[in-house]
Design a protein around this ligand. Sequence first.
Ligand code: PEP
Ligand code: MG
Length: 474
Amino acid sequence: MSVQEYLDKHMLSRKIEDAVNAAVRAKTSDPVLFISNHMKKAVSSVITKVKARQILDSRGIPTVEVDLYTNKGMFRASVPSGTPIGMYEAVELRDGDKGTYLGNGVTRAVRNVNEKISEALIGMDPTLQSQIDQVMIDLDKTEKKGELGANAILAVSIAACKAGAAEKEVPLYKHIADLSGHSNLFLPVPAFTVISGGKHAGNTLAAQEIMILPIGATRFEEALQMGSETYHHLKAVITEKYGAHGCHVGEDGGLAPNISSIREGLDLVKEAIGRTGYNEKIKIAIDVAATDFCIGAKYDLDFKSPNKSGQNFKSGEDMIEMYKELCNDYPIVSIEDPFDKEDWEHIRNFCGLGICQVVGDDLLMSNPKRIDRAKRESTCNALLLKVNQVGTLTEAIEVVKLAKDAHWGVVTSHRCGETEDSFLADLSVGLATGQIKAGAPCRGERLAKYNQLIRIEEELGDQAVYAGEDWRQS
Ligand code: PEP
Ligand code: MG
């Protein structure tokens, strides 16, 4: 490594300049001592070690965990994983060796952290998030992070963010807010998954999730209570109707009775909300994940039924009519992926009706090019942010900016394969998204996020603002 490369890697030129500027400002009589003390502090605030390992996510599938060390301690992060939707997402690097974890091992990604990323980052200042992320992007050299793996890169990016917050001695959400230029912090409205279907559950419901949004709560803590109570009332409603076996849960903790229509699920949820007495304080959202049952130009709402009659194939127009009726009959405020990810025309037509928030998840894949197109064509009016589809925190911040510039809503989202890492909670507060989707108000990996929001609210005290009625923040 040349002297110049060494100076650049450790940002030494900038640190020396900072030290000299500080000495000038302080009008010190002993600039050498002053600058040397300043430099000692500056060079001690660096990444000293990065170590990755393979752990299991909530589905029992391998994922990457990273421990990043600075003089302030060890900072741990792990990455979630979902059902990959295609070519616009950053690459989740898996080993592919069918004899080990059915091909799902991530030892290559782990090795990339331990052998390549680690070497490149040691000596860097953890508060310089964008430089750290850029070093990894440059090291990877591919458009979709296929060389090192977005799972490797993101785990390090998040761990570095935690280390950066510790270095600045500020809470994680505050550091994220600084990085993204937000001064207003909001506790997000949670979208609790209460019924699971689609590819997340073994029942016959085509749509993936029915969620409840406690928009009328005054604090996040109250929202969590409303969510939990509704969930337990729903369990009782389902048990009465379908027996206890109707209360098995899907990937993200939603109850999964063997229902076959969205309306059947909505009736159950409506009944449960009625029993809580919260009524209009709780609104409903649906993630249809319609890409999973689009066949040709039709939508097969019976795609999971063993004895399907073929009667339930719907055209895009039929689906629009169905959504109009559902929004009329139930307090639905948000629908995610109402059509296939390439059915831009019907999503745009539905969104144009202005009935509810229309969220692009599979449609956008958190990809800037797809977001740009959707903005230009007014295809949807909200982004589902899945950070692992982007691959670094810095790029995720950029993606949120793109959405907010268009006055879209932003939902910070978990994946169906989650870990006990609670980073998403701080991210949603720091990015002031106003909405978070982290699954049911049950299961440890989901509650890791919701419980962290309770702690953040407590820490903010009088400064805590629950997004509530302003959940869209647009
Ligand atoms: C979703 O579709 O919104 C979701 C979280 O699921 P997955 O993680 O399977 O993409
Ligand atoms: Mg989705």
